[in-house]
Write a protein that binds this ligand. Structure first.
Ligand SMILES: Nc1ncnc2c1ncn2[C@@H]1O[C@H](COP(=O)(O)OP(=O)(O)OP(=O)(O)O)[C@@H](O)[C@H]1O
Length: 259
C-alpha cells in the first residue's frame, strides 16, 4: 500500500467573509518534493500554517503521518521542520544560543545540538558568526540560520516557505543540493516559492494554487504537455490567465511620472 505522508481533503478556510481556500485536496508520498506555487494571496502560506496547527477554524480534513491533526496530538510536530516566510528570531541571542535552544526544544541533548549547529553553520559558510549575536547577521546569514534550525532535529517532513530569500547564488546551489539529497533519503518536502526556475528544477511535482483551488498538479513535464510548451514561468502566466505585464508596467510608470 502506498504511504502518504500528507493527505489534505477538501480544505476550506475563510477570514471573515473572505474565502481563501475553496476545497483543496492533495496527497503527498514519502520522498516527494512538492513545489507549491500560486499568485500573491492565493492561500499558500495559509495552507502551510493550517498544516502546522498555527491556523485553525477550517473545514475539511488533514492527515500528517497518517494521523488526523485535529486530534491535537502534538507528537507529529516533532517530525516536522519549518522555514516560515517571515520569521521572528531572537536577535539578542547568538547563533549558538539560538540553535542549541531549538535543538533542545526538539529533544536533542545540548552537546549534540551544539555539535550539529556549529558543523551545519560551518558547512553553510557562516561558521565564523556562530558566537555572534543574530542582530549582527546579514539577511542571507539569518536565512541560513533559519534553514539550519528547521533541520537540526532531522525531521521527516519539511515545509519551506520562500526559504532562499536573500541567499546568494552559490548558497542557492548548496540549498538545492540539500533538498535533493534529503528527498533521496526519504524526507518529504513541501516547498513554496515564487522563484520559478528553482521550483522548476527542484520539484518532483508542482502544485499550482489559484483562487483557493488547485489549478494544476503534476510533474513539470506533465504541466508542459497540458498547457504551453515553455518555462514554468510561462505555464504559471497561462494557468493564472495573466498576459498584461507590459500594459500594467507602462501604466504604473505613467503614474510614477505624474507630478
Ligand atoms: N490573519 C489573516 N487575517 C485576514 N486575512 C488573512 C490573514 N492571513 C492571510 N489572509 C488573507 O488570505 C489570503 C491568502 O494569504 P496567504 O498568505 O495564504 O497567501 P500566499 O499565497 O501565501 O501569498 P504570497 O505569495 O503573497 O505569500 C490573502 O488574501 C490574505 O490577505
Amino acid at each position: 500500500m502506498e504511504e502518504f505522508i500528507l493527505e489534505i481533503n477538501d480544505l476550506k478556510k475563510s477570514y471573515g467573509t473572505k474565502s481563501v481556500l475553496n476545497g483543496v485536496s492533495l496527497k503527498v508520498k514519502r520522498g516527494e518534493i512538492i513545489g507549491y506555487i500560486g499568485p500573491n494571496g492565493a492561500g499558500k502560506s495559509t495552507t502551510v500554517k493550517i498544516m502546522l496547527g498555527i491556523e485553525d477554524n477550517y473545514s475539511g480534513s488533514i492527515k500528517i503521518f497518517g494521523e488526523d491533526i485535529s486530534n491535537e496530538k502534538m507528537e507529529y510536530k516533532n517530525k516536522i521542520g519549518y522555514v516560515p516566510e517571515i520569521a521572528e528570531v531572537y536577535d539578542n541571542l547568538t547563533g549558538s544560543e539560538y540553535l542549541t535552544f531549538i535543538g533542545e526544544l526538539y529533544g536533542l541533548d545540548y552537546d549534540l545540538a551544539d555539535y550539529k549547529a556549529k558543523r551545519l553553520m560551518e558547512l553553510f559558510g557562516i561558521g565564523e558568526v556562530y558566537h555572534s549575536r543574530i542582530a549582527s547577521y546579514s539577511k542571507g546569514m539569518r536565512q541560513k540560520l533559519l534553514i539550519i534550525s528547521s533541520l537540526i532535529h532531522n525531521p521527516e517532513l519539511l515545509f519551506f516557505d520562500e526559504p532562499i530569500n536573500g541567499l546568494d547564488a552559490n548558497s542557492v546551489m548548496i540549498f538545492k543540493e540539500i533538498m535533493t539529497q534529503l528527498a533521496a533519503q526519504g524526507k518529504t518536502i513541501f516547498y513554496s516559492s515564487h522563484i520559478m526556475d528553482v521550483v522548476e528544477k527542484i520539484s518532483s511535482r508542482i502544485i499550482l494554487l489559484h483562487d483557493g483551488k488547485i489549478a494544476a498538479d503534476g510533474t513539470f513535464e506533465e504541466l508542459r504537455t497540458e498547457s504551453t510548451e515553455g518555462s514554468l514561468e510561462q505555464i504559471f502566466n497561462q494557468l493564472t490567465g495573466f498576459s498584461e505585464h507590459i500594459d500594467l508596467g507602462s501604466r504604473f510608470v505613467s503614474v510614477v511620472k505624474e507630478m
